[in-house]
Design a protein around this ligand. Structure first.
Ligand SMILES: *Cc1c(COP(=O)(O)O)cnc(C)c1O
Length: 414
């Protein structure tokens, strides 16, 4: 297996990019790129330069020179590089939670204005907590109902499940393209078709998808989307979210957090709020310019490499992890929760065993860093540009050794 990992690394056309990430060539095994990506080395220099030059010397003039437009220009770059979105539909700012709230509330209000019988927000019972909480809060605030899709704990939304849950009452459907728990990858084009046939709007949460699986928001006719920039876009802890609103909806959607930066004429400082034309109306207050710098660095690297190439490496990495798991972990009772077929999974895989909570804690002590999700799930997140096949092998062998140690401890009553 060691020879096979070496061979895969040798033949990997993207292997050279690893050394661009801080710490990627250290002995630490990092399986959490789906949660917080590693920093790029250029980001360390770029942030220093930003403080010294742009902030330090341009000072407030920086707003006129480029910061005022950065949420939109960076949004356009993200749209082109990884979202399949034409210019003028994406922007950066807020946390993903706040972004989900603003866009979902704008969508349900527009739907209610069109047809007051559109009272349901449809969402996966096992979606990421923030998505569920936001939807419940909007429903309570606007007198709507949440319609929960009862997915299997470790699966995601299928066309059949969605069809059974949309109707003439559907206002909005919120779906994670890649499920955070199982990595289940939905057929978003088909879900958009089903949602539209019922008269609803489809909003995608792309947090676990962006930068690792190809996304084609325009071609799939998705209505709205939001996602994180600190996972596979390596923006760093708390880097801002991106949002997408299809051009056809921009004039009719009014987001609830009115602020001066989304005003038609912000420097008029006028008495009334007048939303800007176009995507700018979805911005609220002063955007986090500093926190956008690392995201821009990673987008540059993705532009250079190409998302199709990144997906190919991702499929190879998760495929190798599945192979190793079958050989050395399945005999110990470990079960693969994620799809065996690459087309059915995103950039991570989840392994299940009753001892995984303890395994995860023990692995962190040895500088092997996956994460644990209840119940019994060990998530192995493989960031394609910073992870090697050798790292996957070492990490999964550590999982095996740790499981064996815990099993023999419990066998001897230790
Ligand atoms: C990571 C993640 C979030 C995180 O939201 P924050 O506001 O950035 O904390 C939201 N939704 C999904 C599906 C995620 O995977």
């Amino acid at each position: 297996m060691s020879a096979r990992a070496t061979e895969l690394d040798r033949d990997d056309p993207l292997a050279e990019h690893r050394k661009r990430f801080v710490g990627a060539e250290s002995a630490l095994v990092y399986f959490d790129g789906n949660s917080l990506g590693r920093p790029l080395a250029v980001t360390a220099e770029g942030l220093g330069r930003f403080v010294e030059q742009e902030w330090g010397q341009r000072l407030i003039r920086g707003w006129d020179e480029q910061w005022y437009d950065l949420p939109l220009t960076l949004g356009d770059r993200i749209g082109r590089a990884v979202l399949g979105a034409d210019a003028g539909q994406c922007f950066v700012g807020d946390s993903t939670t706040v972004m989900l709230y603003k866009l979902a509330r704008a969508a349900v209000d527009a739907q209610a204005g069109r047809d007051p019988r559109r009272t349901e927000i449809v969402v996966d019972r096992h979606d990421f907590p923030t998505d569920r909480y936001v939807v419940e809060a909007i429903a309570a605030e606007r007198g709507l109902e949440v319609r929960w899709i009862e997915t299997e704990l470790d699966l995601g939304i299928t066309p059949e499940l969605l069809s059974a849950n949309v109707s003439e009452s559907t206002a909005l459907v919120l779906v994670s393209q890649v499920s955070y728990r199982s990595a289940h990858l939905v057929d978003a084009a088909e879900l958009a078709r089903i949602t539209h046939e019922a008269g609803g709007l489809l909003m995608l949460d792309l947090s676990h998808a962006v930068g690792v699986v190809p996304v084609e928001l325009d071609a799939w006719q998705v209505d709205l989307a939001a996602g994180c920039s600190y996972k596979y876009l390596n923006g760093g802890p708390g880097s801002p979210a991106f949002g997408y609103v299809a051009t056809r909806h921009q004039a009719t959607l009014e987001q609830p957090v009115h602020g001066w930066m989304g005003h038609a004429d912000p420097f008029l400082m006028g008495p009334d709020y007048q939303p800007s034309a176009g995507i700018r109306r979805f911005i609220s207050g002063t955007p986090p310019i500093l926190a956008m710098q690392p995201v821009a660095d990673m987008v540059s690297l993705i532009e250079e490499v190409g998302i199709e190439e990144i997906r190919a490496k991702s499929v190879a990495l998760t495929g190798f992890a599945v192979e190793v798991c079958e050989e050395i972990l399945a005999p110990l009772g470990v079960v693969l929760i994620s799809a065996r077929e690459p087309a059915g999974r995103g950039g991570h895989i989840t392994l299940s065993h009753p001892h995984m909570r303890a395994v995860n804690a023990a692995l962190w002590q040895q500088d092997v860093i996956p994460d644990y999700r209840d119940p019994d799930g060990l998530r192995i997140g493989l960031s394609p540009l910073s992870t090697s096949f050798e790292e996957v092998r070492r990490g999964l062998e550590a999982v095996r050794d740790t499981l064996l140690a815990i099993d023999s401890d419990s066998a001897t009553g230790g």
